[in-house]
Design a binder for this molecule. Structure first.
Ligand SMILES: *Cc1c(COP(=O)(O)O)cnc(C)c1O
Length: 233
């Protein structure tokens, strides 16, 4: 039996059930299959299950996969999300190969993505990463820095700011997960007063997907529940 195929169905069912439970429209919750460290053969299995959106964390690995599927199926409808930390010297590769960038946390990165976005690719979709658990070691901006960075990104013509993203600290208690994700939802609602077109809240992983959906996530990033455990992060 095809494992990845079944896992995709299971995760989709779970998204649907959770959405119903919390009075959300499941069509407003997109599944991003996080394929980092996993081979193209497993991505191909996910595609067979109807999955089109994939998340990658490492620039080199990600673009190898993008190119592989471009070569094997030039008309593919795959959507590639960059969800890892990004150094400014690799912005060009992300701008040239990805459709979404989830982890913008400073103007310099946004500017380089903007300057290197090829015209034929259309605008790059941007999410600002928030360090919502206020962890010292974590990437992302502080909530108070959000209005300024959002205003700056809005000025960049080759980017479309779509919303916010977070990776909260690992927490197994549902109520605590929910409280953190609600802060993210509130930040997006506040920002939407200025930019009503914002429509994306990227939050929820294999371990906290239900709480993220309950709090308003529109994009869940699921890796291990689809592709199995990873040997490294
Ligand atoms: C690895 C990763 C995921 C997926 O994590 P799982 O726990 O395997 O679902 C989601 N988002 C980001 C940013 C990641 O790095």
């Amino acid at each position: 039996m095809n494992n990845v195929y079944n896992n995709i169905q299971r995760v989709k069912n779970s998204i649907q059930e959770t959405a119903e439970k919390y009075n959300r429209d499941s069509k407003a919750i997109e599944l991003i299959a996080v394929s980092k460290t996993k081979p193209v053969s497993q991505i191909a299995e996910a595609i067979e299950a109807g999955q089109l959106a994939f998340g990658e964390n490492y620039v080199q690995e990600g673009i190898e996969k993008v190119h592989y599927f471009q070569q094997t199926n030039p008309n593919n409808k795959l959507i590639w999300h960059f969800i890892g930390p990004l150094q400014s010297n690799k912005c060009k590769q992300v701008a040239e190969n990805f459709d979404w960038m989830h982890t913008v946390d400073r103007l310099k990165i946004a500017q380089r993505l903007n300057d290197n976005r090829p015209a034929h690719k259309g605008k790059l979709n941007i999410l600002i990463q928030i360090n919502i658990s206020q962890e010292e070691s974590k990437a992302g901006i502080k909530p108070e820095q959000l209005p300024e960075l959002a205003a700056q990104i809005m000025q960049l013509p080759n980017l479309t700011l779509r919303g916010l993203m977070a990776i909260p600290e690992i927490e197994n208690d549902f109520e605590k997960q929910l409280a953190t994700f609600r802060k993210m939802d509130q930040l997006l609602q506040d920002l939407k007063q200025y930019y009503p077109e914002l429509d994306t809240l990227s939050m929820g992983m294999s371990n906290d997907m239900s709480a993220a959906i309950a709090a308003g996530s529109t994009m869940v990033r699921i890796g291990s529940a689809i592709f199995g455990a990873r040997n490294y992060l």
